[in-house]
Ligand binder design. Structure first.
Ligand code: FES
Length: 150
């Protein structure tokens, strides 16, 4: 009688131990994923400053198209500042071009229009053009682009 009772107790203990390890493993995995969500990995977003030339190389009122590491951008110099926009229309991704007379970016696909600040003002684009940060070091201008590794 005592032997049977010990055998049942051992089975119950083993069963609970296996369930306990499974529960701990599941909770540990959830905790790990939660911490990964809160703390981005170091290589998540890395930016590289790419030299685009001296400020004087960009005439006021003109927008210069460039391809920087696969990013198609447009560098626009206004009376106030130099700004860089993605040429990808925020509707379906066609390449916008600059119209100097209208001072607007025009999308040829569905007649989307963006003003000189990149704001969507007509047509189907749902949001402004994406902007790239420009850094001035002396007379030289750099555009911060996300590196391919990031
Ligand atoms: S893709 Fe530019 S307006 Fe549709």
């Amino acid at each position: 009688m005592a032997i049977i009772h010990d055998d049942i107790g051992r089975r119950r203990f083993l069963s609970q131990a296996v369930m306990g390890f499974g529960l701990l493993f599941g909770l540990g995995t959830l905790l790990l994923r939660f911490v990964q969500f809160l703390v981005p990995s170091p290589g998540a977003k890395q930016y590289v400053a790419v030299l685009i030339g001296s400020e004087a190389a960009f005439p006021v009122g003109a927008a210069v198209p460039m391809d920087l590491g696969g990013h198609k951008i447009m560098v626009l110099r206004t009376d106030e500042d130099v700004v860089a926009f993605s040429r990808r229309c925020t509707d379906l991704g066609c390449l916008v071009s600059w119209n100097k007379e209208r001072e607007e970016f025009l999308c040829p696909c569905h007649q989307g229009v963006f003003d000189k600040t990149g704001r969507n003002i007509a047509g189907p684009p749902p949001r402004p053009l994406d902007r790239f940060e420009i850094v001035k070091r002396g007379e030289q201008l750099y555009v911060n682009i996300q590196s391919q590794a990031g």
